[in-house]
Design a binder for this molecule. Structure first.
Ligand SMILES: [Zn+2]
Length: 129
Protein backbone atom coordinates (compact mmCIF):
# COMPACT_ATOMS: atom_id res chain seq x y z
CA UNK A 1 0.00 0.00 0.00
CA UNK A 2 1.82 3.19 -1.16
CA UNK A 3 2.00 6.01 1.32
CA UNK A 4 2.00 9.48 -0.23
CA UNK A 5 5.40 11.13 0.37
CA UNK A 6 3.78 14.56 0.47
CA UNK A 7 0.57 14.23 2.50
CA UNK A 8 0.96 10.78 4.07
CA UNK A 9 -2.29 9.45 2.65
CA UNK A 10 -2.52 5.66 2.45
CA UNK A 11 -3.37 4.88 -1.17
CA UNK A 12 -4.56 1.57 -2.66
CA UNK A 13 -2.11 -0.50 -4.72
CA UNK A 14 -1.53 0.25 -8.41
CA UNK A 15 -2.38 3.95 -8.22
CA UNK A 16 0.04 6.28 -9.95
CA UNK A 17 -1.12 9.44 -8.21
CA UNK A 18 -2.17 10.22 -4.65
CA UNK A 19 -5.93 10.04 -4.13
CA UNK A 20 -5.81 12.96 -1.72
CA UNK A 21 -3.30 15.51 -3.07
CA UNK A 22 -2.75 14.23 -6.59
CA UNK A 23 1.09 13.94 -6.49
CA UNK A 24 2.47 11.49 -9.05
CA UNK A 25 4.17 8.49 -7.44
CA UNK A 26 6.19 7.68 -10.54
CA UNK A 27 8.65 10.50 -9.83
CA UNK A 28 9.24 9.23 -6.35
CA UNK A 29 9.90 5.69 -7.57
CA UNK A 30 12.29 6.93 -10.23
CA UNK A 31 14.13 9.14 -7.76
CA UNK A 32 14.63 6.18 -5.44
CA UNK A 33 15.95 4.07 -8.31
CA UNK A 34 18.39 6.83 -9.31
CA UNK A 35 19.61 7.14 -5.75
CA UNK A 36 20.25 3.41 -5.45
CA UNK A 37 21.96 3.34 -8.84
CA UNK A 38 24.21 6.21 -7.75
CA UNK A 39 25.00 4.33 -4.55
CA UNK A 40 25.96 1.23 -6.56
CA UNK A 41 28.11 3.33 -8.88
CA UNK A 42 30.01 4.91 -6.02
CA UNK A 43 30.47 1.51 -4.38
CA UNK A 44 31.91 0.16 -7.64
CA UNK A 45 34.18 3.19 -7.91
CA UNK A 46 35.35 2.68 -4.33
CA UNK A 47 36.05 -1.01 -5.00
CA UNK A 48 38.02 -0.11 -8.12
CA UNK A 49 40.07 2.35 -6.09
CA UNK A 50 40.66 -0.33 -3.48
CA UNK A 51 41.91 -2.76 -6.10
CA UNK A 52 44.17 -0.09 -7.62
CA UNK A 53 45.65 0.80 -4.23
CA UNK A 54 46.23 -2.85 -3.36
CA UNK A 55 47.82 -3.40 -6.77
CA UNK A 56 50.21 -0.50 -6.20
CA UNK A 57 51.10 -1.69 -2.71
CA UNK A 58 51.56 -5.33 -3.68
CA UNK A 59 52.89 -5.16 -7.24
CA UNK A 60 54.69 -1.79 -7.12
CA UNK A 61 57.63 -2.72 -4.86
CA UNK A 62 58.06 -6.07 -6.62
CA UNK A 63 58.11 -4.35 -10.00
CA UNK A 64 60.59 -1.80 -8.69
CA UNK A 65 62.66 -4.53 -7.09
CA UNK A 66 62.88 -6.62 -10.25
CA UNK A 67 63.65 -3.49 -12.30
CA UNK A 68 66.55 -2.64 -9.97
CA UNK A 69 67.74 -6.25 -10.11
CA UNK A 70 67.63 -6.27 -13.90
CA UNK A 71 69.51 -2.96 -14.04
CA UNK A 72 72.23 -4.11 -11.62
CA UNK A 73 72.65 -7.37 -13.52
CA UNK A 74 72.90 -5.53 -16.83
CA UNK A 75 75.31 -2.98 -15.34
CA UNK A 76 77.52 -5.73 -13.90
CA UNK A 77 77.58 -7.49 -17.26
CA UNK A 78 78.55 -4.36 -19.18
CA UNK A 79 81.18 -3.33 -16.62
CA UNK A 80 82.60 -6.86 -16.69
CA UNK A 81 82.94 -6.84 -20.46
CA UNK A 82 84.36 -3.32 -20.59
CA UNK A 83 86.93 -4.04 -17.88
CA UNK A 84 87.80 -7.24 -19.71
CA UNK A 85 88.54 -5.20 -22.83
CA UNK A 86 90.49 -2.58 -20.86
CA UNK A 87 92.69 -5.30 -19.40
CA UNK A 88 93.40 -6.97 -22.74
CA UNK A 89 90.93 -9.83 -22.30
CA UNK A 90 89.06 -11.99 -22.77
CA UNK A 91 91.38 -14.69 -21.53
CA UNK A 92 91.93 -17.49 -24.05
CA UNK A 93 93.56 -20.89 -23.74
CA UNK A 94 96.37 -19.89 -26.09
CA UNK A 95 97.57 -17.15 -23.71
CA UNK A 96 100.63 -17.62 -21.55
CA UNK A 97 99.99 -18.07 -17.83
CA UNK A 98 101.61 -14.74 -16.93
CA UNK A 99 99.26 -13.01 -19.38
CA UNK A 100 96.22 -14.70 -17.84
CA UNK A 101 97.36 -13.70 -14.36
CA UNK A 102 97.98 -10.15 -15.52
CA UNK A 103 94.51 -9.85 -17.05
CA UNK A 104 92.86 -11.49 -14.02
CA UNK A 105 94.54 -9.14 -11.55
CA UNK A 106 93.77 -6.17 -13.78
CA UNK A 107 90.09 -7.10 -13.83
CA UNK A 108 90.08 -7.83 -10.10
CA UNK A 109 91.39 -4.34 -9.35
CA UNK A 110 88.87 -2.54 -11.56
CA UNK A 111 87.02 -0.15 -9.23
CA UNK A 112 83.88 0.06 -11.37
CA UNK A 113 83.65 -3.70 -11.56
CA UNK A 114 84.16 -4.13 -7.80
CA UNK A 115 81.44 -1.56 -7.16
CA UNK A 116 79.03 -3.24 -9.57
CA UNK A 117 79.78 -6.65 -8.06
CA UNK A 118 79.19 -5.48 -4.49
CA UNK A 119 76.02 -3.61 -5.50
CA UNK A 120 74.65 -6.69 -7.17
CA UNK A 121 75.64 -9.12 -4.44
CA UNK A 122 74.18 -6.91 -1.69
CA UNK A 123 71.00 -6.63 -3.75
CA UNK A 124 70.68 -10.40 -4.20
CA UNK A 125 71.49 -10.90 -0.50
CA UNK A 126 68.68 -8.51 0.49
CA UNK A 127 66.44 -10.54 -1.82
CA UNK A 128 66.57 -13.49 0.57
CA UNK A 129 65.22 -13.04 4.08
ZN1 LIG B 1 -0.93 12.90 -1.16
Amino acid sequence: MPTCPRCGEQNPENVTTCNKCGIAFGHQVRANADASRAKTRSAVRLAAWGVAVVAIIVVGPRLYHSAVGAYLKFHLKSVTSSSMKDCGGPITESMADYQKTQIESCIASNADLLKAQSDYSSFTKSDRP
